[in-house]
Design a protein around this ligand. Structure first.
Ligand code: ZN
Length: 113
């Protein structure tokens, strides 16, 4: 059995702070410095916290190997005002590798990144 390929759609991308309109972000700064120092590569995602949740019910158990809708938010924090906000919002799908433990947890699910 082949694993289905998950779809991925970028729903939103924000390049300025929603509060102060600043463009100075913690992880963006750290990743740029690490690339300049040769400690990481250009493909490193500047992400403070990756949040994801699956649209699946406890009453409707998906089949192992099937795809379930998944929402993802990639966040960073503004160095000018301290607010944590979403830099990217994606709609994707996750492959069920085992039965999910609880809605909204990533345990047993392989998907984005
Ligand atoms: Zn700000």
């Amino acid at each position: 059995m082949t694993t289905p390929k998950p779809k991925e759609e970028l729903l939103g991308e924000f390049n300025e702070c929603p509060v102060c309109k600043g463009t100075n972000f913690l992880m963006n700064k750290l990743v740029k410095e690490a690339i300049a120092e040769g400690k990481t590569t250009e493909d490193t995602s500047p992400c403070l916290l990756l949040m994801s949740a699956h649209a699946v019910s406890q009453k409707h158990i998906p089949l192992i190997g099937s795809l379930i809708p998944t929402g993802v938010a990639i966040t960073d924090t503004c160095l000018d005002c301290g607010v944590v906000f979403s830099r990217k919002i994606l709609r994707t799908e996750s492959v069920i590798m085992s039965l999910p433990q609880q809605p909204g947890t990533a345990r047993g699910v392989q998907g984005f990144m």
